[in-house]
Design a protein around this ligand. Structure first.
Ligand SMILES: [Zn+2]
Length: 237
């Protein structure tokens, strides 16, 4: 299994690791990684794997292997691959990832402000969208004011863990109708914003305080079905 270092510290930009395998398509497996694997609407990281001789292998995508334990670092191009057992240093494209963290946290804030279930989400480094299970169109100015109020209150974002059984006993914690909670190990990671602003199971990467989200712009509110409104957002640079 790959140790998912980003889960405990989403601010790590590089880490030392050892190659534990290369799959049939040339994907690199490491014993530990800071590369987030695509999931829950958040794109996987891109970056570089630095070999002991200083050469670098560009990573163009990061995905989970079946079972969601191993993480596959997919090389962006052709070229020599490291040996199994070789020590390497993994580097992510931090500017892109940090935008994903700000966007991802902003979507949690929207979910909390709208007090409803999520029916879909897609995070991008330029624009992100969240689909919400509401009938009435959200009022843009009011929603934006509530989002910016939460940003300016500088709520801390923290994680905690509960057992699968505890989650089963508290199904209201689950806010997403489209992404299932990150189960598998017997424990589920919860992401908390403020003391009680938002609390939900999530396996993604987030910033550590809402102020880091910065200025949010709602670019569009669309109707996507009778009970589905899509909010698109952008962030300041
Ligand atoms: Zn999240």
């Amino acid at each position: 299994m790959t140790k998912h270092l980003f889960r405990d510290d989403s601010y790590l930009r590089s880490c030392e690791a050892r190659v534990t395998g290369i799959n049939e398509r040339g994907g690199l497996l490491l014993d530990r990684t800071i590369f987030f694997a695509t999931g829950g609407g958040q794109p996987g990281d891109i970056g570089e794997i630095e070999r002991a001789d200083g050469s670098r292998i560009a990573v163009g995508a990061t995905v989970f292997a079946e079972g969601k334990e191993q993480i596959i670092h997919v090389p962006a191009g052709e070229g020599p691959l490291p040996q199994v057992g070789e020590p390497v240093v993994a580097h992510i494209d931090w500017a892109r990832r940090y935008r994903h963290m700000r966007m991802h946290t902003a979507l949690h804030v929207i979910c909390a402000v709208m007090k409803t279930k999520i029916t879909g989400a897609q995070i991008g480094d330029q624009e992100s969208r969240i689909d919400l299970n509401v009938e009435e169109p959200p009022e843009r100015e009011a929603v934006l004011a509530a989002i910016m109020d939460a940003v300016n209150q500088d709520h801390a974002i923290t994680t905690e863990w509960i057992t699968d059984e505890e989650l089963d006993a508290n199904p209201d914690l689950i806010k997403s109708m489209s992404v299932s909670p990150p189960r598998g190990s017997g424990l589920v990671r919860l992401v908390r914003i403020g003391e009680n602003f938002d609390l939900q199971p999530c396996g993604g990467t987030h910033v550590k305080s809402t102020q880091e989200i910065g200025l949010v712009t709602i670019t569009k509110i669309e109707k996507k079905g009778r009970l589905n409104r899509r909010i698109r957002i952008r962030l300041d640079d």
